[in-house]
Write a new protein. Structure first.
Length: 202
């Protein structure tokens, strides 16, 4: 048996192309940083309402625990999907085909969402409608499995009515009270790591 001494080394391939829009580094939309194929953290995109700081801190925490985590910042991460009720944000949330293909390559999706409950559940639904992998949702607003099941999202504990299932993938875990643009508390990072490990089956 071999014991690992010291740090866990990760090779991260960042930003395959020049970022577009507001932000820099990993926080530019239409970019991806790749580190293994365990977990992909999905960031909605930078801007006044979508600050990606917690995503970076979460990613570092997961990597420190030896969980290979990549980050994809969506090209159309603002607004809400076209099929969400009362669409009036001025921008439309969506996934490009290349984003769908990339996300599908991973074992678990960590979906970082915001603080507007009626937007969040429809964003998660659109992502999981297009990819067939388990997901951990991290957000600011208080939500539960029933909120997702109500709009047709499969979850670990509550399933939509069989006539209303709208997703391939499923929400397996939820972590709330992760504030956008603020430092992520250590207890929340620990909770995220624990729930990601559980979803991975580690």
């Amino acid at each position: 048996m071999k014991d690992r001494i010291g740090r866990h080394m990760s090779f991260v391939e960042c930003r395959e192309s020049r970022g577009l829009g507001v932000g820099g580094g990993l926080a530019a939309r239409a970019t991806i940083s790749e580190s293994g194929r365990d977990v992909v953290a999905i960031a909605m995109g930078p801007g006044k309402r979508h600050i990606t700081k917690p995503v970076c801190e979460i990613t570092y925490a997961l990597r420190e625990e030896g969980i290979d985590t990549s980050v994809i910042v969506l090209n159309a991460g603002s607004g809400v999907p076209a099929d969400a009720p009362n669409v009036n944000t001025g921008s439309q949330f969506g996934l490009d085909q290349i984003e769908r293909d990339r996300i599908q390559q991973f074992k678990v999706a960590l979906i970082h969402l915001g603080n507007v409950r009626k937007h969040m559940v429809y964003k998660a639904r659109l992502i999981l409608r297009n990819v067939d992998i388990p997901a951990v949702v991290v957000c600011q607003a208080p939500v539960d499995f029933e909120d997702f099941a109500r709009v047709g999202v499969k979850t670990r504990t509550v399933m939509p009515h069989e006539d209303n299932i709208n997703t391939k993938g499923a929400v397996m875990e939820i972590v709330t009270d992760v504030v956008r643009g603020a430092t992520c508390q250590q207890e929340k990072l620990d909770e995220i790591v624990s729930k990601v490990r559980k979803t991975l089956g580690h």
